[in-house]
Design a protein around this ligand. Structure first.
Ligand code: UD1
Ligand code: CA
Length: 458
């Protein structure tokens, strides 16, 4: 049996954030969710154990039944974090893959390779390392004359000469469970941080057990994240990876360096994404859609041949052949029907529209059910809030709403209705009517000359 042990109890002081580090989002998805997902996808791992401590409730909420939780009461160091899993792992035969909760980009393929190499080599401990240009912050790998890993020295404790070593510890290890907890007992806190360092197990095992290293070539897969600058670097790597996969699958991206697509977004071939666009969450973009420039979409579905320009779409759906924007805002389960035109400065919240409905300029449609072929004139709005609660507006099919109409909810407007421009509608409108709800116009003739009396001549 192979177990995976994720170390996620630390606060992440260097992040200077309220969010515990391992739950910090990368492309709007918590770091730890990437790690757990990749571990779930390998057949090599039988159980995932997660060490939590600082703000542990955040992790309970995020991961629920997907992992077995253990608590590290005080964050005394990485060796102490592993020790907290003793209750679960001590009597389990097999190996444990130890993964820091701040190494978010390790693929399932690499995970499998590491585990398989460990087994094939007959190692008791495999240290996963990498060779980097800038080793600052990482533990340095010290090897003996035969090339065996002898020791890991932390950045803070390293001498000048040791600091020049560019092979560093990724923090990922595979270890035989039989020895793990015996060795951990021997770890002391003789270092600058006065912490129990997991890295010390290397030297404790050296010479007595078989300790090997696995050098990762694709360095970014095992990079550690300690501060917000490193978050941005991890984000860049991930973004480039995701964009490459979509482009090779037939998604066209113009200026892809400016485009951010979340890990869980599904895009069909034949989609075009224009610059400065961000699509995140479990969004789906269907073929023929053109999205961007300057657009943000989260947790939404964009159907075939939709055009979205300069707009925001959150938790919403746009059916095929509709156009959205420029400068539209759809949110909280807005469902835009087929062939709609939703234009400049139109906001739609918690509402559905039927086929071929149009709101081309300056409208607010909230808590409404709108039929087919409805035309919202410029500036017409549903007045859904009376200061205390929200109310619903129902609008039938083939309704023509003039400009600057206020529809005060709760309100039912039947099919085939006209509403005169400038009306403030407070009563239901029966089928086939023209509703006019505004002051009548009065023209006072000769008013201008009456008001502005001619000046007396000098
Ligand atoms: C660690 C390694 C370092 C390696 C680097 C790779 C040690 C001593 N150092 O350093 O050699 O190059 O990772 O990224 O292991 N954690 C706990 N409980 C604790 C302390 C930490 O759960 O008491 C967790 C943290 O939440 C984090 C992980 O362990 O996810 C690593 O801790 P961190 O403090 O980031 O270690 P580094 O200084 O990066
Ligand atoms: Ca770290």
């Amino acid at each position: 049996m192979t177990y995976a042990l994720i170390l996620a109890a630390g606060k992440g002081t260097r992040m200077k954030s309220e969010i515990p580090k391992c739950a910090y989002p990368i492309l709007k998805k918590p770091m730890i969710s990437y790690i757990v997902e990749k571990l779930e996808q390998t057949n090599n791992v039988n159980e995932i154990v997660c060490v939590v401590g600082y703000k542990k409730e955040v992790f309970y909420d995020l991961l629920q039944q997907r992992v077995t939780f253990v608590t590290q009461e005080k964050q005394l160091g990485t060796a102490n974090a592993v020790l907290s899993a003793k209750v679960i792992l001590e009597n389990k035969k097999g190996t444990t893959l130890i993964v820091p909760g701040d190494v978010p980009l390790m693929s399932t393929k690499l995970t499998d390779k590491i585990i398989n190499t460990h087994h094939a080599s007959g190692n008791d401990l495999t240290v996963v390392s990498m060779i980097v240009d800038n080793p600052k912050g990482y533990g340095r790998i010290l090897k003996d004359d035969d090339g065996n890993v002898e020791k890991i020295v932390e950045d803070k404790d390293a001498t000048y000469a040791e600091k020049q070593i560019r092979e560093v510890n990724s923090g990922v290890y595979v270890i035989n469970n039989e020895y793990l907890f015996d060795v951990l007992k021997e770890v002391k806190t003789e270092n600058k941080n006065q912490e129990y360092y997991l890295t010390d197990i290397v030297n404790l095992m050296y010479g007595k057990y078989k300790v090997g290293s696995f050098v990762v070539r694709d360095v970014h897969q095992v990079m550690g994240v300690n501060d917000l600058y490193q978050i941005s670097i991890a984000e860049r790597f991930l973004r480039e990876d995701i964009n490459r996969v979509h482009m090779t699958n037939g998604v066209s991206m113009v200026n892809p360096e400016t485009i951010t697509i979340g890990y869980d977004v599904v895009m069909e071939p034949g989609v075009t994404i224009l610059p400065n666009t961000t699509i995140t969450g479990k969004s789906v973009i269907k073929t023929g859609a053109i999205v961007g420039p300057n657009t943000e979409i989260h947790e939404s579905e964009i159907h075939e041949d939709v055009i979205v320009k300069h707009s925001l779409i959150f938790d919403s759906t746009v059916m095929e052949k509709s156009t959205i924007g420029p400068f539209a805002h759809l949110r909280e389960n807005a469902i835009v029907g087929i062939g709609n035109r939703i234009g400049n400065f139109v906001e739609i919240k918690n509402s559905q529209t039927g086929r071929e409905t149009k709101a081309a300029h300056l409208s607010y449609i909230g808590d409404s059910s709108v039929g087919c072929r409805v035309n919202f004139g410029c500036g017409s709005i549903t007045v859904n809030f009376d200061g205390v609660s929200k109310h619903k507006t129902n609008i039938g099919d083939d309704v023509f709403i003039g400009c600057n109409v206020n529809m005060i909810a709760p309100l039912n407007i039947s099919n085939n209705v006209f509403i005169a421009a400038g009306s403030t509608v407070t009563k239901d409108i029966p089928e086939g009517s023209l509703a006019i709800a505004r002051g009548r116009q009065v023209n006072k003739t000769d008013y201008y000359t009456h008001l502005i009396k001619p000046k007396p001549e000098k």
